[in-house]
Design a protein around this ligand. Structure first.
Ligand code: HEM
Length: 400
């Protein structure tokens, strides 16, 4: 590691952290495994053991104020846009129990053919163009289509929904809360979802929104507000993160051609390509919690009621858990467990769906594409507090 006397500052809003957070994470793990940022009023845990233990300890690390540090998206009202991700028991279990029926292994496996058909359709368009933008033309489309199919959102509305959800998470440099464009996007989504729910209440189909409208939870029905907040969660949790996973696989495959060659030579290695990408550069970099008791870490006390960030992106690069962690290596041992989907009560409900989508998209790409290149000059990042990834990856391919 490079020794530096620069003061150690971790600010999840800083553009240089979005560019490359990993050197700062390495210093945090080494010099300040319990880090305090007074200006932004949070603590951060960065070592694999601490992050995983905190994820599991959902009694003392509460989700009730949400997982973001944006003032507008955190606090006791966070469940309005993040549904049960921003709840503790018993409310968490009530909502998650209802929705998880849509995510059983059988339901997810049954989606494979549909995901493949959507992928092939978008891939045909990409290859017909010659050069294309991997994010705008493919990685951004498949996850939104898959969620839209689950929810019963018509084809014609999907592009608008994707644009609004991008606006919801985008942050200009120096902006440390949901900006006006994000607030407008949220209003547009609320209006859209209100119409969708009203339509499903009147004309039920076999989609998840209709199922939630009809669901009976110990005698109560879900309100429109509860269903709307779940739809917000699905779009942000399921759409943005999966798009970024795909784009990261593509990007790191371009940067490390020897590693991607393993999957191109043997598509059976695609799951390793996906798992190593999830570890090496996860789209979900950090999740916030609030402590419900005074907690001792590394000789310091985090007072009850304080905010703590669990740095999943850093846990995945901890050499206490992964040998030579900054090496992108499909063959490595990941037995210690990646932090990318969380663990415990809030473990990502869409993890197997996200993995399935990534496998199918990469399988279809490898079938049709012999090699590819990304134009570094046109590569652009998204700027967001929790989500890391690309907005644009201009790609040229040699087809088979
Ligand atoms: C690569 C893609 C994805 C990543 C990296 C990811 C990451 C995560 C993480 C880290 C959590 C835990 C948050 C916490 O502990 O506070 C989570 C929760 C969740 N994810 Fe995902 N996710 C992905 C894809 C999806 C997909 C495709 C869906 C659904 C379509 C989804 C739905 C959810 C839901 C509903 C929760 C809340 C679970 C709860 O609070 O009980 N995610 N996700």
């Amino acid at each position: 590691m490079t020794v530096t006397s620069e003061p150690l500052v971790y600010d999840p809003y800083a553009y240089e952290i979005h560019e490359d957070p990993y050197p700062t994470y390495a210093r945090l793990r080494q010099e300040a495994p319990l880090y305090r940022n007074d200006e932004r009023n949070f603590w951060a845990l960065s070592r694999h053991g601490d992050v995983m233990a905190a994820f599991r300890d959902s009694e003392r690390f509460s989700n009730a104020e949400g997982v973001s540090i944006d003032p507008a998206a955190s606090g006791p009202h966070a469940h309005r846009t993040m549904s049960f991700l921003a709840m503790d028991p018993p409310n968490h279990g009530r909502m998650r129990g209802l929705v998880s029926r849509g995510f059983t292994p059988r339901r997810v496996a049954a989606m494979e053919d549909g995901i493949r058909a959507l992928t092939v359709q978008h891939l045909d368009d990409c290859l017909a163009k010659g050069d294309f933008d991997f994010v705008a033309d493919l990685a951004g489309k498949v996850p939104m289509d898959v969620i839209s199919e689950m929810l019963g959102v018509p084809q014609a509305d999907r592009e608008m929904l994707r644009k609004q959800s991008d606006l919801l998470i985008h942050r200009e440099e120096g902006v440390t809360d949901v900006p006006p464009a994000g607030v407008e996007a949220a209003f547009a989504l609320v209006i859209y979802y209100a119409d969708l729910i009203a339509d499903r209440r009147a004309n039920p189909g076999d989609d998840l929104v209709s199922a939630l409208c009809a669901a009976d939870v110990d005698g109560d029905r879900l309100t429109d507000d509860e269903i709307t907040s779940f739809l917000f969660l699905m779009v942000v949790a399921g759409n943005e993160t999966t798009t970024k996973l795909l784009a990261h696989a593509w990007y790191w495959g371009d940067r490390f051609p020897g590693e991607r060659a393993k999957a191109f030579a043997d598509p059976g290695r695609i799951p390793d390509w996906v798992e190593e990408t999830l570890r090496y550069d996860t789209s979900s970099q950090m999740l916030a919690r609030v402590t419900t008791a005074d907690l001792e870490f590394h000789g310091q006390t985090i007072p009850k009621g304080d905010r703590v960030l669990l740095l999943a992106g850093s846990a995945n690069r901890d050499d206490r858990a992964f040998a030579d962690p900054d090496r992108y290596d499909l063959d490595r041992d990941r037995e210690a467990g990646i932090a990318s989907f969380g663990v415990g009560r809030h473990f990502c409900m869409g993890a197997s769906l996200a993995r399935l989508e990534a496998h199918v998209v990469l399988q279809e790409l490898i079938k049709r594409v012999e090699s590819y290149e990304i134009d570094p000059a046109g590569t652009r990042r998204v700027h967001s507090v929790n989500v890391r990834g690309f907005e644009s990856l201009p790609t040229s391919v040699t087809v088979r």
